[in-house]
Structures are given as C-alpha cells and as structure tokens.
Design a binder for this molecule. Structure first.
Ligand SMILES: [Mn+2]
Length: 319
C-alpha cells in the first residue's frame, strides 16, 4: 500500500515527525531513497517540488493542513507538485477534510484520505488517522509505537519513548528542520537515539537547567506580576513562560536579549507576557509606551520604558 511513496512532506510537530517515521517504515525501502521535507501549512510556498530528484515522485503529506489563512497558498503548492511531474497519493492529515476537499476537489486515487479531528469520532492526530487507515493490516510493534507517540504528542503528552526523544531533540534549535529529517529517518529503523540525538537532548537539558536559574531569581512585583531575567541564558520561551504561569504569575516581565535587525546585534529587551486571554497586554502597554511591539499576549519594550509599561499593566490588573 505504501511501498511506492517516494516523497514525504510533513509538518514538524511530534505528530508529524513520528508519523513520517512510521510512513518511512511502511515504505520499507532504505529511508535515504525517500525524499523527506518538513515545513508548516503557511510555509509550503518555500518548498520547491522541481528540486525533487528523480522526478515522478509519489507524494504523501503528513500532518499538513490547508493554510487556513490563505488556502490559495496550499492550492498553488499542489499545482506546483503536479506541474513538476509528481503525483499526490496520500494525505495523512487530521485537521480538516473539508479544507482539503476545497483544494483538491476529489480524493480519488488517494491511498489515505484526510479526515477532520473536529468531526464526531474523528482522529485526534495524523498518527491516529494512519493507525485507523492501517486497521486490518499487520503492522509491527515499532510502527505501532511510533503512531502511538505521534497521537500522544498532539495531546501534549511527550512522555512516550519516541515522542519524548523528538520533543527534546528539536527544542534547542526549534527552527532547524534538518534535525527533524534526521530524527524521522533514524527512528524509522532504530528504537534508541544515537550520539548526535543525545547531544541535542543534552543541549535541551542545559536549557531546562537555565530555567531553574531564571525561576530562582524571580521577583514578585505584586498584582500577579512576576519579573525574571534570562539575560545571557539560552531558554525555551514557551516552556519557561508556561512554568512561570503555572507557578502563579498572571503577567511575566522578562528581561532578555533579542536580535535587533537595525543594530545587527543583540539588545536587551523587556517582554511582558500573559496567559490571560482576556487581557490585551499590547494595547495596555502601547497606551503608555507607543513604541511597544508584539501581540495581544506579549508586549516588548526597551529597558528604558519598563517602568512606564509596568505602571500601565499594574493599573489594568487592578482594573
Ligand atoms: Mn497533528
């Protein structure tokens, strides 16, 4: 069923990496003979199918949704794949069957069709979608474990063997898709990581130790505002902020470095963050500091403007 697939286009989540690895395993040929590229639904315009050699590839999408902000980007990607002489044979994606229907018109000829996780009983992940598509076929325990890890990943459960490995190995270079390619190819045929993967995981452990340092220096400014400094420390912002919110912060004021395109160097910056969806931090801060940037849940200001931004946030929280 899968043995003719020769190109995978996958999204770089734990679901995407583990499901792509399962597909590589099901293809059953040496993984290096199968093209594998990672992207996101809104970056498919950067993938160039004319570079896939040899041509006439049979393409599987994994965890790739239609770009819901601009479905013409996805339609254009499909057109470019077909014009380059390839064929789309599987869409292993749980995001929205209807969106794919809109782009493709028909699912005729697909060995796996997209589904919708929101529909009654729909699969919650690409891993689960593929598991169901394989019902009745014999799959080995390694493949089943990859699909289970993929599914757990979409429930934010990274405690599985493969899910934990992938999650930790990408964290210290989150934008580096070459790691995802390496990981997917590796876990397609190996249960344990190798030295390279271990070194990536070690980098992440350093980051987690940095989080402990940051949290240890936390200052409670009152009104639910906690101030921390990550100056000079590599951190994983999503995980660090999640921890600070869990530990009681309503707003986090984080001193850290960000790269300035104008100055071509790192500059100190104060970032205010909140997980309170009802609080539009950026408009609150902008009223006091017009140069603030960011979005509703995150506002960045120059260190010189920290006090003014803080006063505005404090007033808003007192409501
Ligand atoms: Mn998914």
């Amino acid at each position: 069923m899968f043995k003719n697939i020769s190109q995978i286009v996958a999204v770089g989540s734990v679901d995407g990496v583990c499901t792509a690895a399962a597909v590589l395993r099901l293809i059953g040929r040496p993984a290096v003979e199968v093209g594998l590229v990672f992207c996101q639904a809104f970056t498919v315009d950067r993938v160039d199918p004319t570079t896939w050699e040899p041509p006439n590839r049979q393409v599987a999408f994994v965890d790739l949704a239609v770009n819901n902000r601009d479905d013409t980007m996805t339609a254009d990607f499909v057109r470019r794949i077909l014009e380059a002489g390839h064929e789309i044979v599987a869409i292993i994606d749980e995001h929205s069957r209807e969106d794919w229907q809109g782009v493709l018109g028909s699912f005729e000829g697909l060995i796996v069709e997209p589904q919708s996780q929101k529909s009654e009983g729909g699969p919650g992940s690409s891993g689960e979608l593929l598991r169901r598509a394989l019902a009745g076929e014999e799959i080995d325990s390694h493949t089943a474990e990859l699909l289970g890890a993929a599914d757990a990943g979409d429930r934010m459960d990274f405690t599985t063997h493969f899910g934990g490995m992938v999650n930790q190995a990408v964290k210290s270079a989150i934008a580096d898709d070459t790691r995802r390619v390496y990981l997917a190819r590796h876990i397609a045929s190996n249960r344990d990581g190798d030295e390279k993967i271990a070194s990536w995981i070690k980098e992440y452990e350093t980051i987690l130790a940095n989080h402990d340092k940051v949290v240890a220096g936390r200052v409670d400014l009152g009104n639910g505002i906690h101030r921390v400094s990550a100056k000079g420390l590599a951190v994983d912002m999503t995980t660090l902020m999640g921890r600070l919110y869990r530990e009681g912060a309503r707003v986090v004021a984080l001193e850290g470095e960000s790269y300035s395109k104008e100055l071509k160097c790192k500059v100190l910056q104060i970032s205010f963050g909140t997980n309170d969806r009802g609080l539009d931090l950026l408009s609150v801060v902008k009223a006091a500091v017009p140069t603030a940037s960011g979005f509703a849940q995150k506002a960045n200001v120059d260190p010189a403007d920290e006090a003014a931004a803080l006063a505005a946030i404090r007033a808003a929280l007192r409501g």
